[in-house]
Design a binder for this molecule. Structure first.
Ligand code: ZN
Length: 170
């Protein structure tokens, strides 16, 4: 039988590695774990928009006091998205053109959903761009790769809509 077994996780301790069970780790993390929840509100003047919300999410992280953990940022509506990409206007234009090719807004009659609504394209665009972003929190900061930023993607705006920010950690 090897040293590594399923259910055992390596733990670094002063230069040596030893192993303890997941159960022990869970016991330890639940004692000091903090959680934070906040809703961010948006009302875009246009039907479609991309908004960089990284600063607002960083403010939430600061407020939470959490230094090590996970942050989930999710769109609470099925016609908007939260995603991570570059804050570059050319790319945002390209995304808009690409999404319009995949799921054109008009004619509304092309969609079955539109027999009672006019936003089928927005549901499809949200499905492509995703519901949430998950980011690791390390040393009190969003642990991003180069150029990563968090965006709210609106596909059926001109009304008040929400994004949930949930942070867990210690
Ligand atoms: Zn709809």
């Amino acid at each position: 039988m090897g040293i590594l077994e399923i259910g055992l996780s390596p733990v670094k301790n002063a230069g040596t590695i030893f192993y303890r069970s997941d159960q022990e780790i869970n016991k330890q993390t639940t004692v000091s774990m903090k959680s934070y929840r906040r809703e961010l509100w948006f009302e875009t003047p246009a039907r479609r928009a991309f908004i960089n919300i990284t600063g607002q999410v960083e403010k939430c992280l600061e407020e939470s006091g959490i230094r090590e953990g996970i942050i989930v940022v999710s769109a609470m509506h099925i016609t908007s998205s939260v995603f991570i990409n570059d804050d570059e206007s050319g790319l945002h234009h390209d995304l808009e053109v690409w999404l319009e090719k995949l799921a054109p807004e008009k004619p509304h009659s092309q969609y079955r959903h539109n027999s009672f609504e006019d936003n089928a394209d927005a549901h499809l665009k949200r499905s492509i761009m995703g519901r949430e972003a998950v980011v690791a929190v390390s040393s009190g900061k969003l642990d991003f790769g180069p150029w990563e930023q968090i965006f709210y993607g609106e596909f059926d705006g001109k009304r008040r809509k929400r994004v949930l920010v949930k942070i867990i950690g210690e």
